[in-house]
Write a protein that binds this ligand. Structure first.
Ligand SMILES: C[S@@+](CC[C@H](N)C(=O)[O-])C[C@H]1O[C@@H](n2cnc3c(N)ncnc32)[C@H](O)[C@@H]1O
Length: 276
């Protein structure tokens, strides 16, 4: 296995990554790219970065191409991440939405978690919304959860998390919507069927066409576009926002902002935008 990757090859990799998923890797990320590729080289038995590049770009190995994209994405997430969003949902957006929908006799609530990683975000959203619905059987509530990485989606669909991970779920919601996974010496928790059935997990590269219609009441695309350059961010924000219903909210991570991008959303508060 090579120790160092020539700059010209790094450029080829970073161009490929940018074209395929919008992630902008500058020269400072070379060591990170190498570390992630080393694992793929070990697992495939391919001996050089150059041969691996040929292997994934020749068109004959689409499975390994997905593994490659999986290995370069950063998947950190946790339950109820960025509590400001959940406070806003609990205090403002959900009471308002539920009242409006009840008046209009509209029972449909749709959320899109775009870049859902291992599932903590859509499950947190599902628990949060469910805790506001008085008679859940009367609502048509669904969450679409998408990610480019098949690896994280497998974990997400399983819906089983360690005791340490579920500590971040507020106690009343933990009691209502999580169950002991069971089995001797197993301290894991399972997301209850009541919550799981609300969510559809799907692989989707945000740069590719979206094979659904919407409209969504909320789109959460948090800590995903942080890796994209401004041009890609602007393109994706507009593409996703076109799937919001009137009055729908668009939430990004608190370390991100849409400032400087050309879009049609109104700023509500940090990291929350709305289509009015
Ligand atoms: C840091 S995680 C954020 C997870 C969650 N939204 C949160 O805020 O906790 C970023 C996720 O975005 C996904 N991602 C990166 N580029 C993507 C793309 N082009 N299309 C779809 N998902 C992408 C990654 O696979 C990763 O799971």
């Amino acid at each position: 296995m090579e120790d160092d990757m020539p700059s010209s090859l790094f450029l080829q990799y970073s161009r490929l990554i940018y074209e395929q998923c919008g992630i902008n890797l500058h020269e400072g990320k070379k060591a990170l790219l190498q570390a992630r590729l080393n694992k793929r080289l070990r697992l495939t038995g391919i001996e050089s970065y150059r041969d691996y590049f040929k292997f994934i770009t020749c068109g004959a190995n689409p499975g390994e191409f997905v593994n490659f994209l999986d290995s370069i994405s950063t998947n950190l997430t946790y339950f109820f991440r960025e509590v400001q969003h959940f406070d806003f949902l609990n205090k403002v957006a959900l009471p308002e939405l539920i009242e409006k929908k009840q008046k209009q006799r509209d029972r449909r609530i749709r959320i899109w978690s775009a870049g859902c990683s291992t599932g903590e975000e859509p499950y947190s959203l599902a628990m949060c919304v469910m805790s506001h619905l008085q008679d859940e059987t009367r609502w048509d509530f669904r969450i679409l959860a998408t990610d480019i990485s098949t690896r994280v989606l497998e974990t997400a669909s399983r819906g089983i998390y360690s005791a340490e991970k579920v500590e971040k779920v507020p106690a009343p919601l933990r009691q209502a919507y999580l169950e002991k996974a069971g089995g001797q010496g197993n301290s894991d928790f399972r997301i209850s069927a009541r919550i799981k059935r609300l969510i559809t997990f799907h692989r989707l590269n945000l740069k590719e066409p979206y094979p659904f219609k919407g409209p969504f009441d909320f789109i959460f695309c948090r800590n995903v576009m942080i890796y994209f350059d401004k041009r890609t961010q602007e393109e994706l924000v507009n593409k996703m926002a076109a799937f919001l219903g009137k009055g729908g909210y668009f939430c990004v991570g608190h370390s991100e902002s849409l400032t400087g991008l050309d879009h049609k959303l109104s700023h509500v508060q940090p990291a929350i935008y709305r289509y009015l």
